[in-house]
Design a protein around this ligand. Structure first.
Ligand SMILES: Nc1nc2c(ncn2[C@@H]2O[C@H](COP(=O)(O)OP(=O)(O)O)[C@@H](O)[C@H]2O)c(=O)[nH]1
Ligand SMILES: [Mg+2]
Length: 451
């Protein structure tokens, strides 16, 4: 796959996040750092990386569904897509539709000319190629070879030294085609001679599209190149080649996207079929492995592995927790059995005269609590003390529950908090050890036997 390294780094950051029991601010921050690292390694401009990840972070933290892993993945997907611009296809709006390829030496213009021609042919158009590289001796011959591979006609004259003359001389011929693709000459850099030559071609050829061909291996410096070409000439889009053969492709892609010239196609190999129209949605979806991710997210919903149990156990025993913790713990407890069952299982706690009977959290309650918490803001989840009358009313309305339900949740929460505090004083760890329970995982196993 294109951009293998970036894709796998992003996928592993997401997997790490999905594996967490609790999604809190800290988890989001760690995730953002991972994403930043992945993008920087792919040679994306550091400033752009920070702009992008800042947006992701702000959206994640402000999201009304904060804590839902699938929401975070969706935000990352959406921001990456909008970061990569509009993409696009070439519509043959008139005939002949004239496309001019420009770019520096070795960027892949001639190869791309063949790929484009083949693509148009496959779509049912009649394309031809025009050899406008009069700078290199073997250029016409090379394009003829490429044209043969694509099965299209090539016009060119290796004795003619002026590109604009080639345009003129073959006008009668190429006028009969649906699409005519001009393969121009490059230089080592965008110098005066190259600008002058392309301007002359432009005047004679009057292209409908001027596409800049940029190799991905130049990474983020593609931005400078794209901007320079755009300033000197009327570039309508960019084609990025060699995305298959570099770890810097992320840099080139994003650099071109921000230069304001839409990336239209990508070259992913030397063969004439190694060519794709660039669609940010499809591209990012593949990059993140969205199909696999959805399966992973589904699994994460109903699976508690050993690490998660440990994490949960630690938080559980800390005694200081908020609605956000409760939210996650309730989900976990669905699996483990009710809270009261868990507590009654530990004899030492019974002796501490805890309000066990009041802690009867049943399945329906858990569902309702989750519904209520879904309607809370992040601030409210983090600090339940902020819940005043008007906030309580808003939450009830937003969740389709009653004010009484919200108050019941707050009461239940406060009771749980008290129990936690007492448990902390009673040293649950020690008690568990005395009972021969090694860890939370072992406890869970015993709980299952009780249900
Ligand atoms: N791996 C890879 N190589 C490419 C791609 N596009 C072009 N090339 C290679 O890049 C080199 C230069 O290509 P060419 O079309 O002659 O560049 P031009 O000077 O801009 O016309 C050739 O060896 C091509 O085979 C691509 O998408 N992937
Ligand atoms: Mg060439």
């Amino acid at each position: 796959m294109v951009l293998d390294n970036l894709g796998s780094a992003l996928r592993s950051s997401i997997k790490k996040l999905v594996g967490k029991v609790l999604i809190d601010k800290k988890a989001v921050e760690a995730f953002i750092k991972d994403v930043q690292k992945a993008l920087i390694v792919a040679d994306v401009d550091v400033e752009l990386v920070f702009d992008l990840t800042k947006k992701i972070k702000e959206r994640v933290l402000a999201d009304k569904d904060f804590g839902k892993k699938e929401q975070i993945v969706r935000i990352v997907y959406e921001e990456l897509v909008s970061f990569l611009g509009v993409g696009g296809e070439l519509d043959v709006k008139k005939k002949p539709y004239k496309v001019l390829l420009v770019g520096l030496f070795g960027s892949g213009k001639t190869t791309t000319a063949g790929k484009l021609a083949k693509r148009f042919k496959k779509k049912g158009y009649k394309p031809c190629l025009l050899a406008l590289d009069t700078y290199r001796a073997a250029a016409v011959q090379q394009l003829k070879q490429v044209g043969k591979g694509a099965g299209v006609t090539v016009y060119g004259d290796n004795k003619e030294k002026k590109a604009k003359k080639v345009v003129k001389n073959y006008k009668k011929d190429w006028e009969n085609f649906d699409v005519v693709i001009g393969d121009s000459a490059g230089r080592d850099a965008l110098n005066k001679s190259l600008i002058k030559e392309i301007k002359e071609i432009n005047k004679e050829f009057k292209p409908d599209e001027v596409l800049l061909v940029v190799p991905a291996d130049i990474g983020q410096s593609a931005r400078k190149q794209a901007e320079a070409f755009k300033e000197a000439l009327n570039i309508t889009g960019v084609i990025i080649t060699k995305l298959d053969s570099t770890a810097k492709g992320g840099g080139a892609l994003t650099a071109c996207a921000v230069s304001g010239a839409p990336v239209k196609f990508i070259g992913v190999g030397e063969a004439v079929s190694d060519f794709e129209v660039f669609m940010p949605e499809r591209f990012v979806s593949r990059l993140l492995g969205m199909g696999d991710l959805e399966t992973l997210l589904e699994k994460a919903k109903d699976e508690l592995d050993e690490d998660k149990m440990k994490d949960l156990g630690e938080r559980f025993m800390k005694g200081s927790f908020n609605f956000l913790d409760l939210y996650e713990q309730l989900g976990a407890m669905n699996k483990m059995g009710s809270m009261s069952k868990l507590l009654s299982f530990i004899p030492g706690i019974g002796g501490m005269k805890l309000p066990m009977d009041k802690l009867d959290i049943q399945e329906e309650n858990i569902k309702k609590f989750r519904l209520l918490m879904d309607s809370m803001t992040l601030k409210e989840l983090e600090d339940p003390k902020t819940l005043n009358k008007s906030r309580i009313e808003r939450i009830a309305k937003g969740s389709g529950c009653t004010v009484g339900d919200v108050r019941a949740l707050i009461k239940q929460f406060n009771q749980m908090k008290n129990v936690m505090k007492k448990m902390k004083g009673g040293n649950l760890n020690k008690m568990m050890k005395q009972l021969g329970i090694k860890d939370m995982k072992a406890l869970e196993g015993m709980m299952e036997g009780l249900q």
